[in-house]
Design a protein around this ligand. Structure first.
Ligand SMILES: Nc1ncnc2c1ncn2[C@@H]1O[C@H](COP(=O)(O)OP(=O)(O)OP(=O)(O)O)[C@@H](O)[C@H]1O
Ligand SMILES: [Mg+2]
Length: 563
């Protein structure tokens, strides 16, 4: 009865904007994608106050004439697809014809464009057409967005600090630069140049520019091909790894996507060459016939559905592991690292508290008693990795790496808890390169980090560390720093205890006795003695088992000796 009405187009646009535009970076993404679709070779992104005051994207692409300029503000107006068939073979980044009307509905938007020597500018404010006028501009298009979210104050709540929004934009532009190495990008905020790429196509140079020279010089090339997919890219040698996965970029037909299965495949390619919870820096390009993928899964187009996904995963895994395997795991052998014999004598000083701990707790007594390692006598080493012990109950296999990791972990965790207030000044400030977006985010956490006992200055593309906690082990300062920085830049609000715990795990793993290492009886006995004093001697810090017991009765059973 006339209750159902067609939505006013401006309201429809605002609703659409809600789906796509939550952050300033979302606006930049849409505008840059449009510039790329218009075949630009040079794209400048200029911000004022991280984009809150103004965002301007200038390209040297095809440009639009007066009619197209006006049409661009209309919902579902697109030059990119015209039939359902096109939808299944999308090559352009945009195709929905929604971005411009959506952004225009929540801001003041001016688009100036020059198609063959006559430039026009169209102004919309709060979704309403204001004017069209003559303008001057070189070939291409300039889009200016002001007063973003001014008319939708509720959206402000999605915005974090200005620094954070800027960091997201920086990260986005890095992704674009990596996806389109032949386009030159420039990003500036309040007239300060933050990034510029030369558009000459070198991924290695781009990665060095974004992640620092160390990374640039530790890259491995990989490639592979099946009937449906062509993949190629660069990934760091196992020695260069980070504590979060934000440095893994997956780019499908030039589109950056998120895909946990693919990330997992990349990690599996490294097998055990990098420690648990450490990630390589990777740029993976996947070229595929657009017919075999569906990008229309989500309005932000960050997910892609692949047909033949498993074949793709297998290809990634085999191509990367091929180049990664046999690469050295240790960065460089520093004096303190050389382990000719394993010295467990400097092991634990933890007092034996276990025996009395549960005395009054009748319920847990049985359980806990079982957890104390029994007396064992050493038999020998199996497969260079497992230590065999026995007693009258049975046979015991101990994973030597896991055991050493547990011992070291408890020792480090304890030392750090005690010493974490003490600070040392570095003789020379330690210089550490980080991508500028990470450093931008870090500004928000400077106080938190200083609280842990680290004093540092933030510069454009690096940190200068002046003071560090005493418990940072010598020669591992950089790994410690980097882990801490990564955790804070991810906005993980970790407590000091969690942080120390993570670091202890990391260090225990780095320093511990590896598998495939022959050890003597004295060393094996020492290892078991130290392990017996651990609070949790049955699992390594990653939760893997340390000891497996084979009961004597089980062995008798196998040999049909049970009567
Ligand atoms: N920088 C530009 N240069 C040339 N033409 C442009 C530019 N930006 C937008 N256009 C034109 O305006 C149209 C509408 O842009 P809009 O971003 O709203 O939609 P789209 O890119 O087609 O799809 P999507 O909503 O998925 O981004 C485009 O199809 C294109 O024809
Ligand atoms: Mg678009």
């Amino acid at each position: 009865m006339g209750l159902i009405k067609k939505l006013d187009p401006i309201i429809a646009n605002k609703i659409a904007a809600g789906e796509v535009i939550e952050k300033l970076a979302n606006v930049i993404k849409e505008l840059v994608e449009n510039a790329i679709d218009a075949q630009a070779k040079k794209i400048d992104i200029e911000l004022q106050d991280s984009g809150l005051k103004m965002m301007r994207v200038i390209d040297d692409g095809l440009g639009m004439d007066e009619d197209d300029l006006l049409a661009a503000f209309e919902r579902h107006a697109t030059s990119k697809i015209s039939s359902v068939n096109d939808l299944f073979r999308i090559k352009s980044l945009g195709f929905r014809g929604e971005a411009i009307p959506s952004i225009a509905s929540i801001s003041k938007m001016t688009i100036t464009s020059n198609l063959k020597d006559s430039a026009k500018a169209v102004v919309f404010d709060n979704g309403q057409f204001i004017e069209i006028k003559d303008a001057s501009l070189n070939q291409g298009t300039m889009v200016e967005v002001e007063k973003i979210f001014y008319y939708t104050p509720a959206r402000f709540k999605y915005l974090k600090s200005e620094q954070y929004e800027l960091a997201l934009i920086q990260a986005l532009i890095y992704q674009f630069a990596l996806s389109y190495p032949n386009i030159s990008f420039r990003l500036s905020n309040n007239q300060k140049l933050l990034f510029s790429s030369n558009g000459q196509g070198s991924i290695k140079n781009l990665m060095a520019q974004i992640y620092g020279i160390n990374v640039g010089s530790a890259l491995l090339d990989f490639q592979g091909q099946t009937r449906d997919f062509k993949i190629y890219g660069k990934t760091t040698k196992p020695v260069i790894n980070r504590s979060n996965r934000q440095y893994i970029h997956i780019i499908v037909n030039h589109r950056v996507i998120q895909d946990t299965e693919i990330v997992q495949a990349i990690l599996e390619s490294y097998d055990q060459l990098i420690p648990k919870q450490r990630y390589p820096i990777t740029v993976l390009y996947i070229d595929v016939d657009p017919l075999l993928i569906d990008v229309n899964v989500h309005p932000r187009k960050q997910e892609v559905k692949f047909s033949e996904k498993q074949a793709l995963i297998d290809l990634i895994r085999s191509s990367i592991s091929e180049v990664v395997k046999d690469k050295p795991i240790f960065q460089e052998v520093k004096n303190e690292d050389i382990q000719t014999t394993i010295d467990f004598t400097q092991g634990l000083e933890i007092k034996e508290e276990n025996q009395t701990f549960y005395e009054n707790d009748t319920i847990n007594i049985q359980e806990e008693k079982r957890k104390i390692i029994p007396d064992l006598s050493y038999i020998g080493q199996y497969s260079g990795t497992y230590l065999l012990f026995q007693n009258d109950q049975g046979l015991y296999m101990v994973d030597q790496h896991a055991a050493a990791e547990r011992i070291r972990y408890e020792r480090y965790a304890k030392e750090m808890q005690i010493n974490n207030q003490m600070i040392q000044t570095t003789i020379f400030p330690i210089r550490m390169d980080f991508p500028a977006d990470v450093l931008t985010k870090l500004k928000n956490h400077k106080d938190d980090i200083e609280n842990i006992g680290i004093k540092f200055d933030i510069n454009d593309d690096h940190l200068l560390v002046k003071e560090i906690p005493l418990w940072f082990p010598k020669n591992y300062e950089d790994i410690y720093m980097e882990t801490i920085i990564d955790q804070f830049s991810e906005d993980k609000r970790t407590s000091k205890k969690e942080l120390i715990d993570d670091l202890a795990i990391l260090l225990a793993c780095k320093h511990s006795l590896k598998a495939n290492h022959y050890i003597t009886k004295a060393e094996a006995d020492h290892l078991i003695k130290d392990l017996r004093q651990c609070q949790k001697p049955y699992t390594c810090p990653h939760g893997r088992p340390i000891i497996v017991e084979i009961k004597h009765s089980q062995v008798e059973h196998w040999f049909n000796r049970v009567i």
